[in-house]
Structures are given as structure tokens and as C-alpha cells.
Design a protein around this ligand. Structure first.
Ligand code: HEM
Length: 211
């Protein structure tokens, strides 16, 4: 391989950090980076966009493992998930501190009044337990419950894609693309577990129809 295995993780880590570093350079007027006429909007959109991208990238790791028959991809899954969380925190912070001038009351009003903010907030809150329990130690401690908890990634990704879709006024091409990618990633999982799902449905059917 052209990248040595030990170098892959640090390299991917730096690559994942680049969008945030670019924004930081622009915010501090470094390296000639310009954030344009509306820097707050650009920061908000860039972080939201990368948060969603990282959620989808995280969900790509298992299908990649299956297709390539290599567990190489799973080494990056936690890192990508944590980067999704990192960009959501930045996204939320830009929104609260720069867009709403740090007014928690204004944020709360938005959460109540604007449905796309409500679902964004819900996705953000649901990501917190996943980030907190992302360590190997927590994985061992929680055992099977860890796997169940981390299935929250699916509704989180759905809420994230929906949040994007809902706020777009005219051009739905980008949110549509993300929604399609997500549909393929979730569809793949349903297809993989079709036997178990059918068995579960049959068991439920038998139970509810038992005399
Ligand atoms: C998992 C959680 C979240 C994800 C994945 C996410 C993702 C996104 C995406 C993809 C965009 C559009 C970016 C673009 O136009 O390129 C966006 C915009 C936005 N998000 Fe989020 N977001 C999340 C949580 C939140 C939260 C918690 C808030 C605020 C409480 C929020 C507030 C906003 C706002 C205000 C916009 C810009 C809307 C506009 O300019 O019309 N988001 N978000």
C-alpha cells in the first residue's frame, strides 16, 4: 500500500481537521484565507455540512469492510464518528455564540418555533451519549448494550439529513444527494439483516395471534 498502515490514522486525522483549520485561518485572517461577505453563515454551513458528511462516512465503513473483506476500514469508524460530533459542536457553537449572540433564550425560541432546528437539536443531543461511550473501555463495560446504544447513529443520520432538507428553500439537489446516499447505506443494512428481520416479524405475528 502507498501509505504505511501506521501512518494512515494520523494522515486521516489531519485530513478530517482541514475544514476546521481553514475556517480558523479565515477567522483569524491567516494564510490569506477569506471567509467572504458573510463569515458566520459560511462557518455555520461548512460545519453543518461536514457534520453530516462525517455521519455518512462513518456509516460507509461497515459496507466497505464487507465489500473488500478487510477490517482495515473499521479502524477509522470511531474517528469519523467523533469528527461528526466535533463538527456538530462547532456548528452549534457558531449558531449559539455568533448567530444568536450567545442568547440561550433566543436559541430556545428557535428550537420551539423552527422544526428544522428542533430536529437538528434532537440529533445533536442523541450524539452526546454515543461520543461519551465511544471509548474501548465503555464498549467493554456496556457489552451488548453498547451495540444497541450505538444503533442511535441511524436515527441521528436520518434527522441530520432531514434537518438539511427542511431548511433548503429551492435547490434541493444537495440534501437530495445526501438523502439518497443515506437510503443506500440504510437499505444495505436492512438487506443484510433481512432474514433476522423476517424471523423477528414472524415471531411477533405468532405471539400476537396466539390463542
Ligand atoms: C447532528 C446534528 C446536525 C447536523 C448533521 C446538521 C447539519 C446541517 C447541515 C448539513 C446544514 C446545511 C449546510 C449547508 O447549507 O451547506 C445545516 C444548517 C444549519 N443548521 Fe444544522 N445540523 C445539526 C444540528 C444543528 C443544531 C443543533 C442547530 C442549532 C441549534 C443547527 C442549526 C442550523 C442552522 C441555523 C443552519 C443554517 C440554516 C440557514 O442558513 O438557513 N443545526 N445543518
Amino acid at each position: 500500500m502507498w501509505v504505511r498502515r501506521w501512518a494512515a490514522k494520523p494522515l486521516v486525522f489531519v485530513l478530517c481537521l482541514l475544514p476546521a483549520l481553514r475556517l480558523a485561518a479565515g477567522a483569524f485572517g491567516l494564510l490569506g484565507v477569506d471567509l467572504g461577505a458573510d463569515p458566520v453563515k459560511l462557518m455555520l454551513h461548512t460545519c453543518g455540512n461536514w457534520a453530516l458528511k462525517f455521519l455518512l462516512i462513518t456509516l460507509c465503513m461497515t459496507p466497505l469492510r464487507d465489500v473488500t473483506h478487510s477490517i482495515f476500514w473499521l479502524r477509522f469508524r470511531r474517528m469519523f464518528g467523533l469528527f461528526a460530533f466535533f463538527y456538530v459542536i462547532l456548528h452549534f457553537t457558531v449558531y449559539l455564540v455568533l448567530d444568536q449572540a450567545g442568547k440561550v433564550g433566543a436559541l430556545w425560541q428557535d428550537v420551539i418555533k423552527r422544526p428544522y432546528i428542533t430536529i437538528g437539536m434532537l440529533a445533536f443531543l442523541m450524539l452526546i451519549p454515543l461520543a461519551v461511550t465511544s471509548t474501548g473501555k465503555m464498549q467493554r463495560r456496556l457489552g451488548r448494550r453498547w451495540t444497541t446504544l450505538h444503533r442511535l447513529i441511524y436515527p441521528i443520520a436520518i434527522l441530520g439529513a432531514w434537518h438539511f432538507w427542511w431548511q433548503v428553500k429551492k435547490d434541493i439537489r444537495e440534501p437530495l444527494l445526501y438523502a439518497c446516499i443515506l437510503a443506500v447505506l440504510l437499505g444495505y443494512r436492512i438487506f443484510k439483516r433481512r432474514d433476522a428481520i423476517a424471523e423477528f416479524a414472524m415471531a411477533r405475528f405468532r405471539k400476537t395471534n396466539a390463542v
